[in-house]
Design a protein around this ligand. Structure first.
Ligand code: G3P
Length: 236
């Protein structure tokens, strides 16, 4: 079970997140973050990451195949063996066919893993919600990797995605992503009704991780509330 609001970091295939650099990124998140974070390292680093952090570790992608005669696939059973807590599904940089999304959501459900199905607009977000994942992440592809966040550039579409997903299934959490880089982006995303953000370049490529992590967390009301009530924040 992933606590909300959540900040999910997709390490993608950036040079900055290869091997040791990815492990250091995870260590820094664990060291400096106070809220609920999830990390999605590169596939080859998943097992080592799981072994070196208490943070939930997700796969970025898993292939929709059963164990057997396949070559070069990332197998669900192998990712489970490596210790993942959940997985992204259908990221716009690794899209799947509908049956493959459903296949993976069902596999994860049967193993008690958390699913985040990505979608490129409010309508596909609602369609993804119909498959019953834990989260739908709305990410407009044209804003991915850019400097303007989805919550600033397309607030009405974020709100629309939230509305449409909740209409289909109120229990499905909604995230948004693309261009999220600071606390204001996070704050706006939450104000629009999402339960967290999915981000990559803003943190993976950052030079000063401590500052960027604190900046992103400045948008979490959960932490603000704790600070004002004098409680110490703890990882959920
Ligand atoms: O999965 C997160 C993502 O696609 C957003 O990427 O670099 O715009 O934060 P970025």
């Amino acid at each position: 079970m992933i606590s909300k609001p959540v900040i999910m970091v997709n390490y993608k295939a950036y040079n900055e997140s290869v091997g040791k650099r990815g492990l250091e990124l995870t260590m820094n998140i664990e060291k400096y973050a106070k809220g609920n974070w999830v990390v999605c390292p590169q596939a080859v680093d998943v097992r080592e990451t799981v072994g070196s952090t208490e943070l939930p570790v997700f796969a970025q992608h898993i292939d929709a195949v059963e164990p057997g005669s396949h070559t070069g696939h990332t197998l669900f059973e192998a990712m489970v063996d490596a210790g993942i807590t959940g997985t992204l599904i259908n990221h716009s940089e690794h899209t799947l066919e509908l049956w493959q999304i459903e296949f993976m959501v069902e596999k994860c459900k049967s193993a008690g893993l958390t699913t985040v199905v990505c979608a490129n607009n409010p309508v596909t977000s609602a369609a993804a919600a119909a498959l019953g994942p834990d989260f739908v992440a709305y990410e407009p592809p044209e804003l991915i990797g850019g400097d303007i966040s989805v919550s600033t550039a397309k607030p009405e579409l974020v709100a629309e995605a939230v509305r449409m997903v909740k209409e289909v299934d109120h229990d499905v959490g909604v995230l948004c992503g693309a261009g999220v880089k600071n606390g204001e982006d996070v704050k706006r995303a939450l104000e629009l009704g999402t339960e967290g953000v999915l981000l990559a370049s803003g943190l993976v490529k950052a030079k000063d991780l401590k500052t960027v992590i604190a900046e992103l967390e400045s948008g979490l009301p959960y932490l603000e509330d704790k600070a004002s009530s004098g409680q110490t924040s703890t990882q959920q």
